[in-house]
Write a protein that binds this ligand. Structure first.
Ligand SMILES: [Cu+2]
Length: 112
């Protein structure tokens, strides 16, 4: 391996580390038609995920049982919910009122 390639790898490593530390990125999931759009996303650790209710009049929830959420946190059209994912992992969630009727669920994959 040449010295130039090694330098390139070192710089790329520094840049990606800086990006992760910043962690300012926000990703939006649209909540509409009884669906999370997209239902599955992959984000870097430190990313904030925002769910926006774009229904005309239907409330929903974003319930992460594995993260100890309390039930019943419904949000209405034009309201949002946000969560920052600091650690890598697989985080499934559901909309409590519409899991059985509409199979309304999603997954956030968090990577390094
Ligand atoms: Cu719902």
């Amino acid at each position: 391996m040449t010295r130039r390639i090694l330098v390139f790898i070192a710089i790329a490593g520094l840049l990606s580390a800086g990006f992760a530390v910043a962690g300012e990125e926000t990703v939006t999931i649209i909540v509409k038609d009884y669906k999370f759009q997209p239902a599955e996303i992959t984000v870097k650790a430190g990313t904030t995920v925002r769910w926006e209710n774009r229904e005309k009049r239907q409330y929903h929830s974003v319930y992460f049982e594995s993260l100890g959420d309390e039930k019943g946190d419904y949000f209405f059209p034009e309201e949002t919910r946000e969560r920052t994912f600091k650690a890598p992992g697989t985080f499934p969630y559901i909309c409590e009122p519409h899991l059985e009727s509409h199979d309304m669920k999603g997954v956030v994959q968090v990577v390094e």
